[in-house]
Ligand binder design. Structure first.
Ligand SMILES: Cc1ncc(COP(=O)(O)O)c(C=O)c1O
Length: 379
């Protein structure tokens, strides 16, 4: 049987190609960086404040505080709420390690709640089952670019007097019932890691909130916790967003909605063309505006498909192969295989395909043909 793919000239499709984005806006980015170089104001230069203002209005929050990474955003958010030793924080085990790491690094205990198998986001009922006297906060992670089902989560938080920190690292620009990711809970945490939908050229992050008190605390905590400078009633970190990153992100923010629209278009192209294939395409929940940070399919023979795509020069990846409750360093928490069945199944069956604003139709067709080829070869 002739393979559709092997008959074609093979092309290479990266999972993500940041060079295309850079080349499209190179002049603007270079001149923004140049401006910082000329000013030599590398630490908390005026661009940081400017970007914080723009980002807060983009997210519809009163405040945004530029920080050193998404990981530090979560750490600072937890610290600002006074969460530490003896406290429990409920989160999803199907996330990037940083979410859980931040909880542990403030001395609190992560408690896991399993996911909804369609959205891959934390399941509200599962949160409620895991609340104890020590629970202080919930960290829903808006995975792959769509928000968790926040209304029931907000209701649970209100009922049990818990704070909500949104892990919005993968969902900048996403909306839940017309409300922006990062504006739904007490605090929102963003990452500007280069591969994110709004990526810097190095590490960077942001905390959003609407409480003046939390904003002041985070400002203080991101500079070693001194108030006034050199007087320390509390411990903070060195966690500022640097001026060069802010200057780049100001420029990129202007393109974000267009980039998200393109990601949505590319995602619906895949979904349309892969209809009828033996796999599950991403489900956009009715209440959500998805920004497709990742386009993730679910397929039984995931490892075989991944090998096949890689052999055909197609970038693909598993987010995330090891659920966080089963990480070696979490062993003391006492979780075992089987405790989070939906998460564990998703970790074995999901695969991210290349999606980014500049991916071409030819590249997408090649990915689709290669996926199709895999199924026809295994028939
Ligand atoms: C869900 C999630 N949380 C937290 C982070 C941490 O962000 P950063 O890499 O900027 O520290 C990331 C991204 O890497 C992430 O995807």
């Amino acid at each position: 049987m002739g393979s559709a793919v092997s008959e074609k000239t093979k092309i290479r499709v990266p999972l993500l190609d940041l060079k295309r984005q850079y080349h499209g806006i190179k002049e603007e980015i270079n001149s923004a960086i140049q401006e910082v170089l000329e000013s030599q104001a590398f630490i908390l230069g005026p661009q940081v404040k400017e970007f914080e203002g723009l980002f807060a209005s983009y997210c519809n929050t009163n405040h945004a505080i530029g920080v050193s990474s998404g990981t530090d955003a979560i750490l600072l958010a937890l610290k600002s709420l006074g969460i530490g030793n003896g406290d429990e924080v409920i989160t999803t085990p199907f996330t990037f390690f940083a979410t859980v790491e931040a909880i542990c690094n403030v001395g609190a205990k992560p408690v896991f709640a399993d996911i909804d198998p369609e959205s891959y986001n934390i399941r509200p009922n599962s949160i409620e089952e895991n609340i104890s006297k020590r629970t202080k906060a919930i960290i829903p992670v808006h995975l792959y670019g769509q928000c968790a089902d926040m209304d029931p989560i907000l209701k649970i938080a209100k009922k049990h007097d818990l704070r909500i920190i949104e892990d919005s690292a993968q969902s900048v620009g996403a909306e839940y019932k017309d409300r922006k990711s990062g504006s739904l809970g007490d605090l929102g945490c963003f990452s500007f890691f280069p591969s994110k939908n709004l990526g810097g050229m190095g590490d960077g992050g942001m905390v959003t909130c609407s409480s003046k008190e939390l904003e002041e605390l985070i400002h203080m905590l991101r500079i070693h916790g001194g108030r006034p400078k050199n007087y320390h009633a509390t411990l903070g970190i060195n966690g500022r967003l640097d001026t060069i990153q802010a200057s780049i992100l100001i420029k990129k923010l202007g393109y974000l909605d267009d980039w998200c629209d393109k990601r949505r278009q590319k995602a619906s192209y895949y979904t349309e063309k892969m209809r009828g294939f033996d796999l599950v395409t991403p489900k956009i929940m009715s209440f959500n505006k998805h920004v497709f940070h990742q386009y993730v399919i679910r397929v039984k023979e995931r490892d075989g498909l991944m090998e096949h795509l890689q052999a055909n020069n197609i970038g693909c990846a598993v987010y995330y192969p090891v659920p966080q409750h089963l990480q070696e360093c979490m062993a003391d928490l006492g979780y075992k295989e089987g405790d989070m069945p939906e998460t564990e199944r998703a970790a074995k069956e999901t695969l991210a395909l290349p999606v980014f604003p500049e991916i071409t139709e030819e590249e997408q067709d090649y990915v689709i043909e290669s996926v199709k080829d895999f199924f026809s070869a295994s028939e």
